[in-house]
Write a new protein. Structure first.
Lengths: 118, 133
């Protein structure tokens, strides 16, 4: 994975585990100096307001730690439900799968490096 | 017409997960589409969390209902918590007691066909939701 962290959520998380994940992940970003985080939620059958908030938090925290976050693999039924629920996950980048998510992070890294050179 | 009832206690945080799984299984058995299952389970997750976090614990009862030739799943969430002073205000998007996004109740209402909220301060809160096939 090189400079990116891949998080695959494979269990139906209760709120405590969701908060734990948020804390563990920010610690890992700091420890590994990761430049990006991919969160694979393809196994998640629902995203409610609490899990949605956790995803937004992770995205905001990692941005402050200078790492991008891409949410990948959301099931279509989850996406439809999220919109109706009223959650828009503002500021969170999304991609269809891990490969595309990784390409997204790499591209944003490259553009940052490009700007730095000038 | 009402089918047999099932009940689950909502006391600990993880009971919210058990409730999601039980409702998912009931909705699947009844032949709901994946999108309808997901909407109902998401609404159930919001209301189950409310019962645990704000209601000090409660129960969820689910039953199959039939009306005018259509079938549905009805969920009743009950708690004997502090209740809601202003239920109209609680149904507004973004209104919160401070710990959440204020999305649970109004969001849950948008995800189901029928939604009924009855709350009495000092007595408790009951939310009844139904999703029809």
């Amino acid at each position: 994975m090189g400079q990116f962290l891949l998080v695959t959520i494979q269990v139906d998380m209760d709120d405590r585990i969701a908060i734990q994940l948020q804390e563990d992940l920010t610690t890992m970003i700091e420890k590994t100096h990761a430049r990006g985080v991919l969160i694979d939620i393809s196994a998640l059958e629902i995203v409610d307001s609490f899990i949605g908030r956790m995803i937004s938090n992770i995205s905001a925290m990692s941005r402050i730690l200078d790492a991008g976050t891409v949410l990948v693999g959301m099931q279509p039924a989850v996406a439809i439900t999220l919109v109706e629920l009223g959650l828009t996950l503002q500021g969170v980048m999304t991609a269809l799968n891990v490969e595309r998510g990784m390409a997204m992070l790499t591209a944003s890294q490259d553009s940052k490096n490009g700007r730095a050179k000038k | 017409m009402v089918g047999p009832k099932s009940e689950l206690a909502l006391v600990r945080e993880h009971d919210v997960v058990f409730a999601r799984q039980a409702i998912r299984s009931a909705a699947r058995q009844l032949g709901f589409s994946i999108v309808d299952q997901t909407k109902l389970v998401t609404a159930a997750s919001e209301l189950a969390r409310n019962a645990v976090v704000h209601g000090g614990g409660g129960t969820v009862v689910w039953e199959t209902v039939a009306e005018n030739g259509r079938q549905g799943l009805r969920l009743t969430f009950n708690d004997s918590g502090p209740g809601i002073e202003d239920t109209k205000l609680a149904m507004k998007d973004g209104w919160t007691t401070g710990t959440g996004l204020g999305m649970g109740l109004p969001g849950a209402r948008r995800l189901v066909n029928d939604f009924e909220l009855v709350s009495q301060p000092g007595v408790g809160t009951t939310v009844i939701i139904t999703r029809w096939k």
